[in-house]
Design a protein around this ligand. Structure first.
Ligand code: ADP
Ligand code: ZN
Length: 610
């Protein structure tokens, strides 16, 4: 198994559970695999497919996803085919022969096409295993339910001897049970992989308004020059305006949301995959089809509606295992809007609960990764050192006076004001609302002038988090003082506030330390004690990759991952053998691309020595 892993994929060791899963399938047993996005699920059916006799059938919900996977397999010298709808009779006969001869090791199909081919192609070939990718699509409880997946129950009856391996990144129990049930594989072995993605940094910023968020993004992007990333927004309008803002600052940005034509959406996706645009500003509609390995950052312009959504979205960064940064913006408008959505949804209770777990994460003052892992049922005893809380533990100060000012303004306005108006009163701003209600006559008018408006926004958010006030969502979002708040107002309780930190500075360039070094052996070694990476060489290699990608009509990350390029720019191999020893370069890539990359490295090393 290790030989095949090295030969085809260029890796030296398995990630947790991969070996056990592969062995289970090779022994003919069915399996359900739960791992986060980027966890390494594909290998769990790809490797058995290579080692077993016959052809593996892979069922996947999206054509684009299938094509990416096929390109990636082929770039490792593995014969894989995706069926779309354009094959003629002759093509199908050729395919049948290639499967029978054992040439085609993996065949990708949509569920609809599978049903069509059951009595035809699939009857005439030997099937090694059946993999059901994105298996949560089978469950009505899941968030991507697809009616076509309902039919897959028939597989077990049709091929009772063939192992079925179902794979998903959605972990909740209802969905899990539903998948086993619907696929008729109650005896499948269930593997729950680690949900930890130590290479993703986690950062949350509170209370920035849209101008501040945009400036923060620009600043953030300075340390991600030429690197791909996604910015998720809650509304279509925001995707457009953020993209326009970036373009005005000379950053290539595309837009992706459900309101665009299929053509425009596909173009945005293609441009992103092929590194023709750096950033995609998208709603949650963008994602499932994205198998791009070199996404280096994911920004949430607004709070997502659940931790599942959030984790899946940030999981699209750093799939190649190299470090990637995530940044979440979070303010009161988000809470108000998401609460409205949740309340008007069909499943109010569940959605409100999900939202409040998401808020707890965003408002946390302990290691964020511990909260995430806990959420997915995986407890850890140590802090991660790669989240904002670990790196800058929050500092507290006695904010009783500020809280009292705000609460007293709310009280004097008979608890009939929104947060916005409350800040107007505190800062002495004569807004329409203030004028109309004569709030400028209140004793508290202008008492908080010394504190900037934006800081007040943050403090008010903190007061909400600490339960001193509530937002009455069904009464024009007016604020109401809670019992706890009254204790502060009447001087019976102290209120500690968190010092505001505004700058957004991802841990750039410096040597970050992933916690689980065994997950990133090569990277870890060179980060900890190996030679330094040569940035200039990296850029040169990136250009070589881009040229190759253009020649082959493939996305660059299919040719070589960022992680491999970083290693090349660090170890600077000058022989084919040394080139092939790099983690992530298998035999096929070594033979195909070695001769293209090596001259550049050689020229570079001799040039920089002299
Ligand atoms: P998933 O399908 O779970 O989202 P993938 O299968 O796309 O994740 O794997 C994510 C990345 O991890 C890919 O670049 C893959 O090549 C890499 N990978 C998988 N297994 C290993 C391994 N044992 N060692 C190193 N990298 C691996
Ligand atoms: Zn942490």
């Amino acid at each position: 198994m290790l030989n095949v892993l090295k030969r085809y994929f260029g890796y030296d060791s398995f990630r947790p559970y991969q070996r056990e899963i592969i062995e289970t399938v090779m022994h003919g047993r069915s399996a359900l695999v739960l791992m986060p996005t980027g966890g390494g699920k594909s290998l769990c059916y790809q490797l058995p497919a290579l080692m077993m006799e016959g052809t593996a059938i892979v069922i996947s919900p999206l054509i684009s996803l299938m094509h990416d996977q096929v390109s990636q397999l082929r770039s490792n010298g593995i014969q894989a085919v995706a069926l779309n709808s354009s094959e003629g009779e002759q093509d199908m006969l050729t395919l049948q022969r290639e499967c029978q001869d054992g040439h085609v090791k993996l065949l990708f199909l949509s569920p609809e096409r599978l049903m069509l081919e059951l009595p035809r192609l699939l009857r005439s070939i030997r099937i090694s295993l059946i993999a059901v990718d994105e298996a949560h699509c089978i469950s009505q409880w899941g968030h991507d339910f697809r009616p076509e997946y309902n039919e897959l129950g028939i597989l077990r009856q049709t091929f009772p001897q063939v192992p079925i391996i179902a794979l998903t990144a959605t972990a909740d129990k209802v969905t899990r049970f539903d998948i086993l049930n619907q696929l008729n594989i109650p005896d499948a072995q269930v593997f729950i992989g680690s949900f930890d993605r130590p290479n993703l940094s986690l950062d949350v910023r509170h209370g920035l308004d849209s101008y501040e968020k945009r400036m923060a993004i620009l600043h953030f992007l300075e340390s991600h020059r030429n690197e791909s990333g996604i910015i998720y927004c809650l509304s279509k309008k925001n995707t457009e305006s953020v993209a326009a803002f970036l373009r005005a600052h000379h950053i290539e940005a595309a837009v992706y949301h459900a309101g665009l034509s299929l053509l425009d959406r596909n173009r945005a996706q293609e441009d992103f995959l092929n590194d023709r645009v750096q950033v995609v500003c998208a709603t949650i509609a963008f994602g499932m089809g994205i198998n791009k390995g070199n996404v280096r950052f994911v920004i949430h312009y607004n709070l997502p509606k659940s931790i599942e959504n959030y984790y899946q979205e940030i999981g699209r960064a750093g799939r190649d295992g190299a470090p990637a940064d995530t940044l979440l913006f979070y303010n009161v408008q988000d809470i108000i809007q998401l609460t409205r959505f949740a309340r008007s949804s069909g499943q109010q209770d569940i959605n409100m609960e999900r939202l409040s777990r998401m808020r707890e994460y965003a408002e946390a003052s302990v290691c964020r990764r511990r909260i995430l892992l806990n959420y997915f049922g995986q407890e850890t005893a140590t802090d991660c050192h790669n989240c904002d809380i670990c790196q800058h533990p929050p500092q507290l100060f006695d904010g009783t006076q500020y809280v009292q000012m705000a609460l007293s303004a709310i009280m004097r306005a008979n608890q009939m004001i929104s947060m916005h108006t409350c800040i107007d009163i505190l800062c002495g701003i004569l807004s329409d609302e203030v004028n109309h209600n004569r709030y400028h006559g209140l004793k508290t008018f202008g008492v908080g002038r010394a504190v900037p408006v934006r800081d007040w926004k943050d403090y008010m958010l903190q007061m909400l988090q600490m339960g001193f006030v509530e937002v009455m969502y069904d009464q024009h979002n007016h604020l109401r003082i809670t019992e706890l708040g009254k204790q502060v107002l009447y001087g019976k309780r102290q209120a500690m506030l968190v010092v505001i930190r505004r700058e957004v500075q991802p841990p750039k360039g410096k040597k970050r330390q992933p916690r689980q070094k065994e997950l990133l052996p090569g990277l870890w070694n060179f980060m900890m004690n190996g030679p330094e990476e040569d940035k200039e060489l990296f850029e040169a290699l990136r250009l070589v990759r881009l040229r190759l990608a253009q020649q082959k009509g493939e996305p660059p990350f299919v040719i070589m991952s960022d992680k491999v390029l970083h290693q090349l720019a660090t170890y600077k191999p000058t022989t084919l053998q040394a080139f092939g020893n790099i983690n992530g370069i298998g035999e096929y890539k070594c033979a195909t691309y070695g001769p293209v990359f090596l001259p550049v490295i050689i020229q570079y090393t001799s040039g920089s020595d002299s």
